[in-house]
Design a protein around this ligand. Structure first.
Ligand SMILES: [Zn+2]
Length: 125
């Protein structure tokens, strides 16, 4: 029997990684990252150090954000928050980061550790 713990742990890792990338992206790179890199990597050009780290953080934000938006419900394997199609209103635009209380496809409660008797997607058979 599955307990979904691995899936929820993976979601939390992705969410935390995205938040770390966000903090890094908003931090003053020119004040602490660039001087540090100049000291650690003196042979790397000014242009690369000037734009490289911030670009890598931006790429991280994009890739991890994509995985969060498409994060699959452990029970029904559909996007838990509905994927991109539900990001059209203010009310649901942050569901991919905070998750709605239930899977929008099958009703599995957020952080449920067992397939409960909550609402389940109608069977197609
Ligand atoms: Zn579901």
């Amino acid at each position: 029997m599955t307990d979904y713990l691995d899936q929820w742990a993976r979601f939390k890792r992705l969410r935390n990684a995205w938040l770390v990338f966000l903090v890094l992206e908003m931090s003053p790179f020119d004040r602490w990252v660039q001087p540090l890199l100049h000291r650690l990597l003196p042979s790397v050009s000014e242009a690369v150090i000037g734009i490289g780290p911030q670009f890598l953080v931006l790429v991280g934000l994009a890739f991890v954000g994509r995985d969060l938006i498409q994060w699959k419900c452990p029970r029904c394997v559909n996007p838990f928050a509905g994927g991109r199609k539900t990001m059209d209103s203010v009310k649901t635009c942050l569901d991919w980061l905070l998750l709605p209380k239930k899977c929008i496809s099958c009703g599995l409660p957020k952080y449920a550790t067992a397939p409960s008797n909550e609402a389940v997607a109608p069977s197609s058979s």
